[in-house]
Design a protein around this ligand. Structure first.
Ligand SMILES: NC(=O)c1ccc[n+]([C@@H]2O[C@H](COP(=O)([O-])OP(=O)(O)OC[C@H]3O[C@@H](n4cnc5c(N)ncnc54)[C@H](OP(=O)(O)O)[C@@H]3O)[C@@H](O)[C@H]2O)c1
Length: 216
């Protein structure tokens, strides 16, 4: 299958949360945020699920380090729920939104009017394999997956992730409703899980960075 090389990255608490129950995401330190921006500057695209767009309204640009180029922003958004005023639709960088054929026509039209390229894949939810193939055909060879936990699970389950990088911050926040690195339905056995090989580990400011490759 033709698809981009996908790096999943997140800053998480020691207990694996990507945000607190109240949605606070100020988890990893300044050095880690700069690390993420250095990866953004190297890849062709940065992707999130619409849950992250609705919750955090991220820009997904490179602005913490000097950079000549901005990656394309990518959203998996089955029903075209991305709001017209979302910062991801700013003119700082191109934006591609993956929707399903269940997305209301007027929402899709609005996103196109706001300058986004809209790609239709899947009938009720975005078919991620189709979407990755379309992104590859649009020239995206390297993609940084930045969450959240729901999209991360689907991407892992579909076998679409090649590398996992996490910055573990020395803090615990708990909360059974707090988003974790990987949520979704989960795998029933360890055998079915996504197995990884540790490639690199180092401390960065107060955080610990772990870099894995997915073992197939
Ligand atoms: N610390 C960090 O590094 C970090 C990074 C990112 C996010 N976060 C946090 O994570 C939270 C959001 O995570 P989340 O899990 O709620 O949302 P998410 O993973 O960002 O988005 C999930 C949504 O994506 C859409 N989607 C489209 N196609 C999909 C598919 N095939 N599989 C799965 N989802 C698909 C679904 O909505 P539709 O069905 O409507 O399409 C789904 O509800 C926020 O609190 C944010 O702050 C933290």
């Amino acid at each position: 299958m033709r698809r981009p090389h996908v790096i999943m990255n997140a800053g998480m608490t020691l207990d694996g949360k990507l945000a607190t129950v109240a949605g606070d995401t100020r988890i990893s330190g300044k050095e880690d945020l700069e690390r993420v921006h250095r990866i953004r500057a190297e890849v062709d695209a940065v992707m999130v699920g619409v849950g992250t767009v609705l919750q955090d309204d991220p820009r997904l640009t490179v602005h913490r380090i000097p950079s000549q180029r901005q990656p394309t922003r990518v959203v998996a958004d089955s029903l075209a729920r991305t709001p017209p005023e979302a910062r991801i639709l700013s003119d700082e960088a191109p934006t591609i939104i993956g929707v399903s054929s269940a997305a209301p026509r007027e929402r899709v039209e609005m996103l196109r009017e706001r300058g986004a390229e809209v790609v239709v894949c899947g009938s009720s939810r975005v078919d991620l394999r189709c979407f990755m193939e379309r992104l590859y055909d649009m020239g995206i060879r390297k993609l940084l997956l930045e969450g959240g936990g729901t999209l991360n699970f689907s991407m892992l389950r579909e076998g679409l992730v090649d590398e996992v990088r996490v910055a573990i911050a020395p803090v615990i926040v708990g909360g059974s409703r707090a988003v974790t690195l990987v949520d979704g339905e989960g795998f029933e056995s360890i055998d079915e899980g996504v197995h990884l090989r540790l490639r690199k580990h180092y401390t960065l400011g107060k955080d610990l960075v772990l870099e894995y490759e997915v073992v197939r």
